[in-house]
Design a protein around this ligand. Sequence first.
Ligand SMILES: [Zn+2]
Length: 284
Amino acid sequence: MRSVFSSTKKMIQAGLLTLSLFGMASYVQAVDASATAKTDVLWFGQAGFRIKTPEGKMILIDPWITEGPKTPLIYKNDLSAIGPIDVLLVTHAHVDHLGDAPTVAKTNNIKLYGPADMVTPLITLGILPAELGHRFNKSGQVTPAPGIKVTAVHADHSSLLVWKNPATNKPEAHPAGEPVGYIIELENGFKIWHMGDTGLFSDMKFISEHYRPDLVMVPIGGNFTMGPADAAYALRTWIKPKMVIPMHYNSNPMTKGTLAEFQEAMKGSSIKIVPMTEGQTVQF
Ligand SMILES: [Zn+2]
């Protein structure tokens, strides 16, 4: 298949090197062949991303992979296909975010970073070994790998852990703290704001002014989060990033917001929308 690439001076200045059109390519190539370090972002669907940093570290966020309805089969059938992971972040306890995270923590022998009161029940219920849990909370900053800084920020949502007790074989609901979003700063200073699940809140403006994210991963599906119109309002009015990846849509019949509605609501904005398909990698 012939790939078509689009580039503008502005995109290159903004550090966006490549972007596939039509959402059909499984991988995209760099337009700019310069030797500057690059960041690869792979979307698994919903809020799940793997970020390969400029220095080659692998960051995994909200990995709903083996049960994700839109996860490409290569990952869905074999979790190890995601490769070795260095940094693991979870925004809240809902199943489409916690997903395979405890398994990934154990198989990679790495810490699961998450809201303090979500990590605690994971440990006390025996879902996660205590030494693999890192508890932190909003405004807390961690350095989970050299050169990587992650700050937890507000998300306006909820967090309940549903766990099937093996002793009774019945699902139990456990309080799991408050949800967060993450500001992820890479080795080269590139900043990504993964918003987690969130509704509108006016401190999106404060968070943007304080942390200045380059790329924002924003939920647009509605019902549980912002829909296309509210996400566009937040981006145009408060956040004003260089680039945005829409997420948290196309996986659940209750989240009806679409990419087309979001693009329509963003019409005329200079913010670059980077639409992705599940399994696709885009390079920045
Ligand atoms: Zn949620």
